[in-house]
Design a protein around this ligand. Structure first.
Ligand code: C2O
Ligand code: CU
Length: 470
């Protein structure tokens, strides 16, 4: 018996040593993938419930901005378009009809959909021509705040008012008193107070896209949100502007960030400003002071010398019953400290040059996207489940919110200096002359767009495709 027992022990020890040795032998890439495990689900888990929505894109005339009649293009006759709310596990089926004078599609920004539902003309589906319909169907894999918009001539179609919000609630939503969506946008109006009818102008292409002269929250200026003292809400911000970056300042209000681009943080963090670039979402936990009534102005301070009032939060009335609960969080956000020591998978240089149909082209690695119909081979092919470090070098002086479809990434560094953002993103703002590093592990196979979310830059060539192979 003795030797057998000893043999067993020796065997166990040897097995353990072998496991330790193989852990040490893992490549850094493999260790990064292990650290990523469980960050978000690889597969959707449909619970059998199908939520059906109608979505119609058509011209409309609506009281918007300061209340004047504005000729827009609208989803379901409203701007912002509808907010579709579903629970995680439910399947979304959207019967979309195009009554615009142009072809269009619907792209589900930030939602990890099957590639064929991603709404990219010629790449994932045919354009939806005027009078035609298309059924979008998918089961979201992640709970969070997402939005949808056209992916055809988006610098015109989004600017004219085509965008809506998709809220995927947790299976058990946290007990906030209220769940409020603020869609931030701006409009470039002409002297007749209508949408300035020239798009992709040389001026907008040479600068940071089309920045408007009227800023709206949910389509209106002068918005007020009334809260009772002590009321605690979940406030979902979405930047649907073509080019404008917002950095909302909530003053003395108690505000925490709970999610960025749909996904929860490792743990909520106090809000101290955030560069909300076109495409970005931010979910905030906002608590009105229990004792003080008053008005709290929310002001955009992206350019501190040019503040823009966004909305007023008016605290008034009978106090809300106090209830304490931990803000929702997501334990698995990899630190990926090792990521900056492995080689860059691919570098993308960003710059502009003269040429193209608009007079200026924006390029990734000197290539301008020739339009969805001529997308060409992917800029990069990545195997599903592998770690990738991508580096973007902004050789220009302009802003570029880099957005990827079908995947989330973590910002690793700005100008080589490590940053520890405890969250994933699908869009990150790259500043003038800046270099950024991002890390990601793609989980969803398909052909995905990567582009600048300044829509004029995207239309003028700053767009490419990334392929994720199974
Ligand atoms: Cu809002 Cu191609 O994305
Ligand atoms: Cu850009």
């Amino acid at each position: 018996m003795e030797p057998a027992v000893r043999g067993f022990r020796t065997g166990a020890v040897l097995a353990m040593l072998a496991a330790v040795a193989s852990a040490c032998q893992r490549t850094p890439q493999e260790r990064l993938v292990r650290e990523f495990a469980g960050s978000y689900p690889a597969e959707a888990r449909p619970n059998g419930t199908v939520r059906m929505f109608e979505l119609l894109a058509a011209p409309a005339e609506l009281a918007l901005v300061d209340g004047g009649k504005l000729r827009v293009w609208a989803y379901n006759g409203q701007v912002p378009g509808p907010t579709f709310r579903v629970r995680l596990g439910e399947t979304v089926r959207v019967n979309f009809t195009n009554r615009l004078p142009q072809a269009t599609t619907v792209h589900w920004h930030g939602v990890r959909v099957p590639n064929g539902m991603d709404g990219v003309p010629h790449v994932t589906q045919g354009p939806v021509e005027p009078g035609e319909s298309f059924i979008y169907e998918f089961t979201p894999k992640d709970a969070g705040t997402f939005w949808f918009h056209p992916h055809v001539r988006s610098s015109e179609q989004v600017e004219r008012g085509l965008y809506g919000v998709l809220v995927v609630e947790d299976e058990k939503p946290a007990p906030y008193d209220r769940d409020v969506v603020w869609v931030l946008d701006d409009w470039l109006l002409d002297e007749t107070r209508q949408i300035f009818p020239e798009f992709d102008t040389m001026h907008d292409l040479m600068h940071d896209g089309r920045w408007g002269n009227a800023i709206t929250v949910n389509g209106r200026t002068g918005v007020q949100l009334g809260l009772r003292p002590g009321e605690r809400i979940r406030l979902r911000l979405v930047d649907t502007a073509n080019g404008r970056v917002f950095n909302p300042d909530f003053g003395a209000l108690d505000v925490k960030i709970i999610a960025v681009d749909g996904l929860y943080l490792r743990a909520a963090i106090p809000y101290r400003g955030f560069e909300l670039a076109p495409g970005n979402r931010l979910d905030l936990d906002v608590t009105a002071p229990a004792a003080a009534n008053g008005v709290f102005s929310v002001v955009d301070r992206f350019y501190p010398q040019m503040p823009n009032p966004l909305a007023d939060i008016v605290v008034d009335g009978a106090p809300a019953p106090e209830h304490r609960f931990a803000p929702p969080a997501h334990a698995r956000v990899p630190a990926w400290r090792e990521a900056l020591s492995i080689p860059v998978t691919k570098q993308f240089r960003v710059n502009a040059r003269r040429g193209g149909e608009h007079g200026i082209e924006w390029t990734f690695n000197d290539q301008a996207f020739a339009g969805h119909a001529h997308a060409g081979p992917p800029a990069l092919s990545m195997r599903r489940g592998t770690f990738q470090r991508l580096q973007f070098t902004n050789e220009s002086f302009r802003l570029h919110p880099i957005h990827m479809h079908g995947m989330f990434f973590r910002l690793l560094a700005r100008n080589g200096v490590p940053v520890d953002e405890p969250f994933f993103r699908d869009t990150v703002l790259m500043h003038s002359k800046e270099t950024i590093d991002v890390g990601l592990v793609p989980e969803d196979a398909g052909r995905w767009m990567m582009h600048c979310h300044i829509l004029e830059h995207a239309e003028a060539g700053m767009m490419t495709t990334l392929e994720v192979t199974p």
